[in-house]
Design a protein. Structure first.
Length: 379
């Protein structure tokens, strides 16, 4: 989509579920990100960035920082603790409004809408740090390649530019990393338990689960990314309450059509009530199979003897604002596109722009169907 359409979609995300659109944790969808926890992830990410930068000997100065695609200011606020001035840019006015509302650094931290295919409003070598995270993957490559050149232009001599971008997608991406490709993440899980099983609140209970490989790919254990069976606890309406509980390793290799049976010890919630206990296969550090189209196994469980009780008000999701004609979800459902630029093209663009590549790091937040890298650069 072109920049005008991109702005329309991300402005809708900013009005409907902004924190989840920025960090797509499935347990946080529906405005379930606690604000302080959300911004704490930005502080942790910037701490890691600056540790990497210090190891590389950049930036030379700590005056100005640019956060491109700032969203609600998750990273810009963290940069505000370390730089004299930080600027967050985003295509979506709704995101900029939210970022300004959460600004805790006064005039040291500013936010602007940038819906242009360049950064022409800012002079050459204006920033000691240029950072962008989980942004370029959502922008058409015809714009992304020009933005990379602009990042180099506005970067100060001796500065630090760091950005992430997928290089390719599909099975080749996963196979290059020695992991199960997305097409191989297909399983049928059968739980050896009847619906309505009763367990004690907080008790640890064994469940037997049959797992059949319904893909055309043999599953093999990788040391860095083991394949396990795990479980989630949902309420009776399907809302995830605890995304991670237990793990049991799958005995591999498991060929297409083959079955393995495992026992997994799960711990029930402490609040009595009716729950849904869901089991899925996960390749650690890569993806749960259900995120790639596989169907998890599920059984209804009654915890304790009491009737189900509603969650305390403090644990309920904040109600969404009343929709307006502009952001009514029933009239417009925004889309989050994904794009890639091959690594050799990115490195050629950087060299042509006069940048010096310091290191390239593999990143995994794009999911198993994408081979993605973070580029750390100076000039």
């Amino acid at each position: 989509m072109d920049l005008a359409e991109l702005q329309r979609h991300w402005d809708a995300f900013g009005r409907q579920d902004p924190f989840w659109a920025i960090l797509t944790d499935p347990t946080r969808r529906g405005n379930r990100w606690p604000i302080e926890e959300f911004f704490e992830t930005g502080r942790a990410e910037v701490d890691d960035l600056l540790k990497q930068a210090a190891r590389l000997g950049v930036p030379r100065e700590w005056r100005t920082a640019l956060d491109f695609g700032c969203g609600a200011g998750r990273l810009t606020q963290a940069l505000g603790h370390r730089f004299d001035a930080s600027l967050g840019l985003d295509v979506a006015p709704s995101m900029i409004d939210l970022a300004r509302a959460h600004n805790r650094h006064g005039l040291r931290c500013a936010y602007e809408v940038n819906d242009q295919p360049d950064l022409s409003r800012w002079r050459d070598e204006a920033f000691d740090l240029v950072y962008t995270s989980r942004v370029l993957q959502h922008i058409e490559p015809c714009y992304t390649t020009d933005y990379i050149r602009e990042f180099v232009r506005v970067l100060a001599q001796g500065g630090c530019l760091s950005f992430d971008l997928p290089s390719t997608s599909g099975d080749a991406a996963a196979l290059a990393e020695g992991t199960v490709p997305a097409s191989g993440m297909r399983a049928h899980l059968r739980v050896d338990a009847d619906d309505g099983l009763r367990v004690a609140a907080g008790a640890t209970t064994p469940f037997r689960v049959e797992v059949i490989n319904t893909s055309g790919v043999t599953w093999r254990q990788a040391a860095a990314h083991p394949i396990n069976v795990g479980n989630h606890w949902l309420d009776r309406d399907g809302v995830v309450l605890r995304y991670d509980d237990a793990r049991t390793a799958l005995p591999t290799p498991i060929a297409p059509g083959a079955m393995a049976e495992i026992e997994i010890l799960v711990t029930a919630p402490i609040a009595p009530g009716d729950y849904r206990l869901q089991f899925d296969v996960v390749q650690e550090g890569v993806a749960w199979f259900a995120t790639c189209g596989s169907m998890p196994g599920e059984v209804a469980v009654r915890v304790g003897e009491a009737e189900p009780r509603p969650a305390p008000a403090s644990q309920r999701a904040a109600p969404l604002p009343a929709p307006t004609p502009r952001d009514d979800p029933s009239s417009f459902d925004p889309v989050m596109e994904m794009h890639a630029v091959p690594r050799h093209e990115v490195e050629a663009i950087l060299a042509g722009a006069g940048a010096r590549l310091l290191q390239v790091r593999r990143v995994h937040h794009c999911g198993p169907q994408w081979l993605a890298f973070r580029y750390d650069v100076t000039k």
